[in-house]
Design a binder for this molecule. Structure first.
Ligand code: 13P
Length: 282
């Protein structure tokens, strides 16, 4: 069943765990994630970036694929279909019109007032359609060396931003980066906790791949309710596929090649669901 994130966040906040958000990169990824979370009885957020929307061929294709798979595979856990890091109003509108149940508007690299104005416009449209909205302030880094400067969210501005936009969840920049940390991780948990007390809405931790169990649990303790993973799953999958191709030099069936990484991806999902406490929550 596709749902928005409101009830899931309320339950997670009350019971002190986090909802996992896993990026779907292709058709098979949707299935791996749905199966693993259904086995774990874990609610799940399927996150789709604009570049993945393009890869799939459009918003409606993604919605139809996800809804059909939920029905055909008899998935019993609540599923949120979320647009990840949309950088304009139109992308959010198209996702909402197609049937997404949650969107993230990320115009954090624009000036503060522009960020407030565009986010506010997305919230107004989303509210009419019962869709949840996440937004970001500050600037997240990436392991891509061309973007290694990031900006921590300002405490007062965070409060102002959340209050003025009415977003459902807030993704602060607290030293988290997308991709690999390469041993250079500087998450400011004190700031994370202070932001949580200040904004009083569910917080989202982007770039959670590579963070150890303690850090993930500390983030939840500080008020994080949604945790985003992508790189860890992709890395596990690609390692397995490389191994498979090395030892199966005659195989050329793409289904066998893609599926050789399935168990590795599901194993990572089971581990993450266990660490962040989303298992057995139905
Ligand atoms: P990682 O790829 O670092 O896990 O980050 C995922 C993410 O935050 C998606 O928005």
């Amino acid at each position: 069943m596709l749902v928005n994130s409101k009830k899931l966040f309320d339950n997670a906040l009350k019971q002190g765990y986090a909802i996992p958000a896993y990026n779907i990169n292709n058709l098979e990824w949707i299935r791996f994630i749905l199966e693993a979370c259904n086995e774990d009885k874990s609610p799940v957020i399927l996150a789709v970036t604009p570049s993945s929307i393009e890869y799939f061929g459009g918003y409606k294709i993604v919605v139809n694929l996800v809804e059909t798979m939920i029905n055909e595979l008899c998935i019993k856990v609540p599923v949120v279909l979320h647009l990840d890091h949309a950088n304009d109003f139109l992308s959010c509108k198209m996702a909402i019109d197609a049937g997404f149940t949650s969107v993230m508007i990320d115009v954090s690299t624009m000036g503060f007032e522009d960020n407030v104005a565009i986010t506010d416009k997305v919230v107004s449209y989303a509210k009419e359609h019962d869709v949840s909205v996440e937004a970001e302030l500050g600037s997240l880094g990436s392991d891509d060396s061309s973007q290694d400067i990031y900006l921590y969210s300002d405490l007062e501005q965070s409060h102002d931003f959340v209050f003025r936009t009415g977003i459902d969840s807030f993704a602060p920049s607290v030293g988290n980066v997308h991709g690999f940390y390469n041993g250079n991780e500087k998450i400011d948990f004190e700031l994370l906790g202070a932001i949580c007390k200040m904004v009083r809405i569910p917080l989202v931790l982007h770039g959670a791949s590579g963070l150890d169990d303690n850090k993930l649990k500390t983030a939840i303790f500080c008020g994080v309710t949604k945790i985003n993973f992508n790189t860890d799953l992709m890395y596990a999958w690609s390692c397995e596929v490389r191994k498979y191709l090395k030892t199966n030099k005659d195989i050329y069936d793409p289904r066998k090649i893609i599926l050789s990484g399935k168990n590795a991806v599901k194993k990572v999902i089971h581990e993450k669901n266990t660490i962040i406490g989303s298992k057995n929550r139905l």
